[in-house]
Design a protein around this ligand. Structure first.
Ligand SMILES: [Cu+2]
Length: 124
């Protein structure tokens, strides 16, 4: 099992931009929002998903529709935390993909991806 602490900050950044796991490894992510003013949501995308496109589509879908992720976009997600308020934390458990490769994770709030909140889960 791989335990990972991912921390999100006021500065639109994560504490780490690369996580290495082995195929099918069990992963436990402790996600903490250490921002004092911003919500953050950690989302690991499926292989081949364009994170910029995902972020734009999600922002459009959320306008006026609360904070959920619509079904069409859920299909593009491999694992996710809830959206956290400033100071919040959550645990996300998942099994790493069987296929080796690099899987992108992003913050799914507003323009945080565009602001620099992304990283790679490396399966090898
Ligand atoms: Cu964020």
């Amino acid at each position: 099992m791989k335990k990972v602490d991912i921390i999100a900050y006021n500065t639109l950044s994560f504490n780490q931009s690369k996580i290495e796991v082995t195929p099918n490894q069990k992963v436990v992510v402790t996600f903490k929002d250490e921002s004092t003013t911003l919500s953050h949501q950690w989302v690991l995308l499926n292989a081949g998903v364009d994170p910029g496109k995902f972020s734009r589509e999600l922002m459009r879908a959320r306008e006026g529709n609360g904070m959920g992720i619509p079904k069409a976009l859920e299909k593009q997600i491999y694992a996710q935390s809830p959206m956290l308020p400033p100071g919040g934390s959550a645990t996300v458990k998942f099994q790493a993909p069987a296929a080796s490769g690099a899987y992108t994770y992003v913050c799914a709030c507003g323009l945080h991806y565009e602001g620099g909140m992304s990283g790679k889960l490396i399966v090898k």
